[in-house]
Design a protein around this ligand. Structure first.
Ligand SMILES: *[C@@H]1O[C@H](CO)[C@@H](O)[C@H](O)[C@H]1NC(C)=O
Length: 998
């Protein structure tokens, strides 16, 4: 019902729009005050990129014919001004205060800056003021003046840079129904006395994402009409007021991410209309009021990351509950039996509590369950782990996370019955015993299988070969036996393999070279023997981390180790390797840690190691190395750990650079080292000086000259270094190295493309978050060239993004292609993530207007792609996960990997690459026909999805609203203008509609 309501709202708005359109008669007049005030505004606009106002607002015509100005039909004064979303820059002059008949003023989504003029307070008839998505930096004086506007219903200032406290006068406007000051820098506390004679009509109050502090005033809960209260992401402290139960109309109560303390008031359970209760990330204590579990309208509860304790009730009456987040508290009791009658649950997150009891077999009642996270509790099971069998009936289950529970059972063969929606099984540290059943190979969609630190025994079943989508296989710390399972060699998508601490024996198979996507290989503490296959070095140039330590591997180290140019960590310690260390090791310029300790290497330490610029830790201890420690190692500026103890080294220990910080422990038990006394070695003997007078006569002037030259050189070098030291060490390097370094910089920026920086995986590769040394945050999209079509996709994206510039498209900072085939795009980082995340996660909240604005942004981008560029560009893969939001919630269309350039405006092309099912236009899906109308189709699907919050492949989603035939579909120009009109009307007939439709 709630879902269809949004449609009714939209339809109503469209109707209202056309009624208003017909009833407003527009005539010309020359009421000169308004005209000159508007011209003053125009003269303060410094940039009007499409010259709309520049060409249209002219003195030759009357203001009532001007675009974006609406006049009253009798008095011919300006009653509405809407210059929203025009990419305007400039500021607002005081003359705006002369537009005294204005009822609606909308300047949202531009780049206006500076102060809001206090003359705004002269607009005594104003009902709607919308300055959202600008750069206003006004301190609170003007807000105080705005508080004098007697008729204001709708005040929208979100996503600006307003600072200072919110003046109490704002809360004195008795006509106010909607206030949003979300995402500013407002500080200070809320007035103690709210809602006495004022704000009695207030339905929406959103102050989230500011720096407000102090207590939430109990008087706020006298605003009996409140439907949405958003105070999340501030620093509110103190108690949640007991009076909370007075606002019985509230539907969304969003108080998460503050520092609220104390107990959750019992009164909360009187809010019978409540649909979303968000209290996550506070310091709430005590138990959860039992009444909350009887609030039948609740669709989402998030109370995770608090200090809540106690038991939850044994029976729940939450028939509409879709998402329940209680993780990271100290809750206990046997929750799982009670939760099983919440039949609409899609997310159940109970991680890191003290919940206990046997995991019941009745979890199969949760037939819509997608995410089950029970990590870190005291859940038990009977020995056959039969709850797993019952969970196989949850056909939508994607993530099964049960790590750190004392389950103490055997994996049942029924584990093979999970549906193909299952992507993750994570059950580390669960005392699971027995062998891995072969049926696990049925899980053809599984991406992560993690069973670390259990008691698994036996050999790998051959059937494990069925896990063809596997990206991570973590089976470390078990008792698996037998030889290295060659079925692993068939996993084309495997990026990370951990078999650490098992009893796997025999050689590392040659066929491992087929797993070309491998980034991390952890095989330490097994019984592997013989040589490392040569193919490991030759076919895994993308390997980032390699740990083969504590095995029985032997032979010499291949010079091809130098191929692992991207590697950041290598551990070969505790084996029986012999021979010399190949000098090619110096090519490992991304490497930060390497240990070859406890082997039988002999020969000298290669001089080339001084090229390993990123090295932070180098351990060569317990070998048979001889010769000197190369002096050039003192150039390794990041080196903080160095160990060459227990070798046969001789000569002088370098004492400059990083060596200044090493202790004698780095050098103990060598033959004949000498140098600084702090290393506890004898001083080095200076090569003998002959006492012959003659020789001195000759040598003194030469020596003096050398000293002078050296001093000059040193002075110059030191000066040069000082000049360059602060901004970037890399500037000192030669251009050749710099080019290589920029690749290395990306590597550093993403911590070697580590999982913790992974923003997302796509069809053609992965996107990582990167932090450059200078603090710049960026997104790095790495193309997996093994995937068919990836090169094409990279080229398409480069081609499109090189030529296009639009506020609603993602910007490319640079592209990086190295000679060895590595291809990456460095993109602007979008801190608010994807629209998909905002739609489907309850910790995020988009109000109706935000959704509308996002869809206007997307439409504007498409309009530009289809009509604004000499060759029409078709995106071809429009969907919420490809729409990214920046700090200011401006939407940017991204991922042009499937984009097509057309020859002419109305032409079509054919393709065989396929877009995402559900968003794909029928003619594209069936015949591969690409035209702008395909994007229009996807857009239509997305428009519905955004307002209904249902995925297009959901069976509840009938495409009743999109035209099957391409020519019946509208074009993006029409879409943009229609949506903007809806927005205007939405704001004009504020209140009723906006509040309900979230
Ligand atoms: C200004 O724009 C309006 C609305 O689009 C249009 O009717 C009018 O003719 C334009 N005036 C000029 C001088 O271009």
């Amino acid at each position: 019902m709630e879902r269809s309501f949004n449609f009714i709202t939209l339809a109503t708005l469209l109707l209202i729009h056309s009624l208003i359109q017909h009833s407003l008669a527009r005539t010309t007049t020359n009421t000169s005050t308004d005209q000159s005030s508007l011209l003053a505004l125009k003269s303060h606009i410094t940039s009007d990129p499409h010259n709309i106002l520049t060409n249209n607002w002219t003195t030759q015509t009357s203001k009532c014919t001007w675009t974006r100005v609406t006049c009253g039909s009798r008095h011919l004064r300006a009653i509405a001004l809407d210059i929203s979303d025009m990419n305007l820059k400039g500021n607002i002059p005081p003359e705006i205060g002369n537009l005294t008949f204005l009822v609606s003023l909308n300047m949202s989504s531009n780049f206006f800056q500076g102060n809001l003029p206090k003359e705004l307070s002269r607009l005594r008839r104003l009902r709607i003021m919308d300055f959202t998505w600008n750069n206003f930096t006004e301190r609170s004086q003007t807000l105080e003046e705005i508080g004098n506007l007697p008729k204001l219903k709708d005040l929208r200032l979100q996503n600006n840079k307003l600072s200072g406290p919110i003046p109490a006068t704002i809360f004195n406007i008795s006509s106010l129904e909607f206030i949003s000051l979300r995402n500013n820098n407002l500080s200070g506390s809320l007035p103690v006395n709210m809602c006495s004679n004022n704000l009695m009509k207030l339905r929406t109050l959103i102050l989230s994402r500011n720096m407000l502090y102090g207590e939430i005033p109990p008087s706020l809960f006298r605003c009996s009409q409140l439907q949405i209260l958003g105070l999340a992401n501030n620093n509110f402290s103190g108690l949640v007021p007991r009076e909370i139960g007075n606002i019985t109309a509230v539907q969304q109560l969003l108080l998460g991410f503050n520092t609220l303390s104390g107990v959750i008031p019992q009164g909360t359970s009187n809010i019978y209309e409540l649909e979303a209760l968000a209290l996550a990330s506070n310091s709430l204590t005590g138990s959860v009021p039992v009444g909350i579990f009887n609030m039948s309208k609740l669709r989402a509860i998030s109370m995770d990351r608090n200090l809540l304790s106690g038991n939850l009730p044994t029976s729940f009456n939450l028939p509409n509950l879709e998402e329940l987040y209680l993780g990271t508290n100290s809750l206990k009791g046997q929750i799982l039996n009670s939760v099983t009658n919440c039949s609409k649950l899609t997310t159940l997150e109970l991680a890191f509590n003290k919940f206990s009891g046997s995991i019941p077999n009745s979890l199969n009642n949760l037939s819509l369950l997608k995410i089950l996270n029970l990590n870190g509790n005291n859940f038990t099971s009977e020995p056959s782990l039969s709850f797993l069998t019952s969970l196989t009936e949850c056909r939508y289950l994607e993530e099964l996370l049960i790590s750190n529970n004392p389950l103490d059972g055997i994996l049942p063969p029924t584990i093979g019955n999970f549906s193909s929606s299952l992507r993750y099984i994570i059950a580390d540290n669960c005392r699971i015993k027995g062998s891995i059943p072969g049926e696990i190979g049925n899980l053809s969609s599984l991406e992560i299988l993690s069973l670390i630190n259990n008691n698994l025994i036996g050999i790998f079943p051959v059937a494990i070969q069925g896990l063809q989508k596997l990206q991570r296989l973590f089976l470390g710390t078990n008792q698996l036996t037998g030889s290295f399972p060659s079925s692993i060699c068939t996993f084309q998508n495997l990026g990370s393999l951990d078999l650490t601490s098992n009893q796997i024996s025999g050689p590392i198979p040659e066929c491992l070279s087929n797993v070309t996507y491998l980034r991390e290989l952890f095989l330490s503490s097994n019984q592997l023997d013989s040589n490392i296959p040569e193919s490991l070095w030759n076919n895994h140039e993308d390997l980032l981390r390699l740990d083969l330590s504590s095995n029985f591997l032997s032979g010499s180290l291949s010079p091809n180790i130098g191929n692992l140019r991207k590697a950041v960590g290598i551990d070969l310690s505790g084996n029986v390797f012999s021979g010399t260390i190949p000098s090619t090791i110096g090519s490992l310029q991304a490497l930060t840690r390497i240990t070859l300790a406890h082997n039988q290497f002999h020969g000298s330490i290669p001089e080339s190691m001084s090229n390993m610029l990123s090295l932070e830790s180098l351990d060569l201890s317990q070998n048979n190395l001889s010769g000197v420690i190369p002096k050039s190692l003192d150039t390794l500026v990041y080196l903080t750990y160095f160990n060459v103890s227990y070798n046969d080294l001789s000569g002088e220990i370098p004492s400059d650079g990083p060596f200044m910080n090493f202790s004698d422990q780095s050098f103990v038990a060598n033959d004949d080292l000498c140098g600084d006394p702090r290393f506890h070695v004898p001083p080095c003997r200076i090569s003998s000086v002959h006492n012959s007078r003659n020789k001195i006569v000759i040598f003194v002037p030469v020596a003096v000259a050398i000293v002078i030259i050296a001093t000059v050189v040193i002075i110059v070098l030191v000066k040069y270094q000082k000049k360059n030291q602060t901004p970037n060490l890399l500037d000192l390097l030669s251009p050749l190295r710099q080019r290589r370094i920029s690749y290395y910089e990306l590597q550093q920026a993403t911590d070697g493309y580590s999982e913790s920086n992974l923003l997302g995986m796509g069809g053609y590769g992965a996107v990582y978050k990167g932090l450059l040394r200078d603090g710049t945050v960026l997104a790095v999209k790495v193309f997996n060239l093994q995937v068919e079509g990836a090169v094409k996709s990279f080229d398409a994206e480069c081609e499109v993004l090189r030529n296009l510039r639009h506020r609603n498209l993602t910007k490319v900072i640079c592209s990086c292609c190295s000679h060895d085939g590595f291809k990456a795009l460095v993109l602007e980082y979008m801190p608010k993530g994807s629209l998909e995340r905002w739609l489907y996660s309850y910790n995020y909240f988009l109000d109706f207007l935000q959704r509308l604005n996002i869809m206007i942004d997307v439409a504007s981008a498409l309009e530009y792609l289809h009509h604004g560029y000499s060759t029409p560009v078709i995106h071809c893969d429009l969907k919420p996960s490809n729409v990214l939001l920046d700090e200011d919630m401006v939407a940017h269309v991204s991922d042009f990997g499937m984009a097509k350039l057309l020859a002419g405006e109305d032409s079509v092309t054919h393709t065989r690459t396929l877009a995402t099912w559900g968003y794909m236009a029928p003619e594209y899906g069936m015949q591969g026909t690409v035209s702008p109308r395909c994007d229009v189709y996807s857009y239509g699907i997305m428009l519905m999805e955004v307002f209904v919050r249902t995925k297009p492949n959901d069976e509840r989603f009938n495409a009743f609203c999109t035209a099957e035939l391409p020519r019946e579909r509208t074009d993006m120009k029409d879409v943009v203008s229609t949506l903007k009109k809806i927005k205007l009307e939405l704001l004009a007939c504020t209140g009723e509609h906006t509040n309900k439709s979230t």
